[in-house]
Ligand binder design. Sequence first.
Ligand code: ASP
Ligand code: MG
Length: 417
Amino acid sequence: MALIVHKYGGTSMGSVDRIRNVAARVAKWHRAGHRMIVVPSAMSGETNRLIALAKAIVPEPDPRELDMVACTGEQVSVGLLAVALKSLGVEAVSYCGWQVAVRTDSAFGKARITAIDTVRLDAALNEGKVVIVAGFQGVDPHANLTTLGRGGSDTSAVAIAAAVKASECLIYTDVDGVYTTDPRIVAEARRLERITFEEMLEMASLGSKVLQIRSVEFAGKYQVKTRVLSSLTPPEMDLEEEAASGTLITFEEEESMEQAVISGIAFNRDEAKITVTRVPDRPGVAYSILGPIAEANIDVDMIIQNQSQDGLTDFSFTVHRNEYERAMRVLREEVVSQIGARTLIGDAKIAKVSAVGIGMRSHVGIASLMFRTLSSEGINIQMISTSEIKISVVIEDKYMELAVRALHAAFGLDQPG
Ligand code: ASP
Ligand code: MG
């Protein structure tokens, strides 16, 4: 008899019939003897609808009040799910975040969980009830309601699983697991049976939208065994089979020994490149460019400074596309003239493509295979960055899909493992 957390996304909760299906699935687990906590999202489209209501009044609603509105979708979900479970004869109780309490800081719209009380959860579990906790929401130290950022119920579920020391957190969603790359781009993409937490973190940060990245960070920090699996299978599916389906996020180091060198190809179009040309190559230049960017609270991803010629060098970096205009403004106004650079060039037509795999730690030649593959497709590499388990390149965005397909094939990801 294990303690299990289930999380259901908006699509899984999208209609009364689907909520009945969720209830049937949860009832099956409960009847098999498991202690169950369930964390649902709002019904699909609901959070967007709520935010749009507030924004129809003013374009930038007060953040506290926006959270007050946005978090209500989950309250509806937990109540409906409890009603559905009771209708199946399963004792269940629903809680909002504040009732538990899921404690957060006061960063409205992107609050971080600081602690989760387990007294109420434990008490209800001990009474044999299925406990349903609203995802996405929490309460700050001043009793204000908060939300965790879009997609935040993944994080709620994993954080609750960590707090109650659940044996597994199952994230039920509208895809059946984590893939070697996006199947919409590469038809041969395969579902991974396992992926290490570190790889998952890279995949999530590089654009694979299966899990909110903070949930992956939580899973890693607290070693929560987390599985991504389909909510579209029949609820009466054999429990053992269901429990082994999807993609398991693992922690064991031995795992990597038998694993493929590369686990996946990730990509995104979320960044823009900024280049300051002909800057004097002297101490303090990088700081004089990136200092004001940091002060403006703009995150920088990749950075390149070239070898100088005649004491001058080019300096490039990438920022999120949403911050691109602002970053350009900061540089134009504050920096370029002061440091005596020649020009400021911005380019939003870029894409980042990355090969991710824990196996690359012990393999030379991964980078050269990647570069050879891109060159044989005639794709120019504009920037490169590497970490222990990832190589990323920036290329012109119109070549992104071609690059992803070519790399997916070159690293043998098309072939069944
Ligand atoms: N309902 C929230 C959202 O749409 C949280 C979630 O679905 O995870 O972002
Ligand atoms: Mg989601």
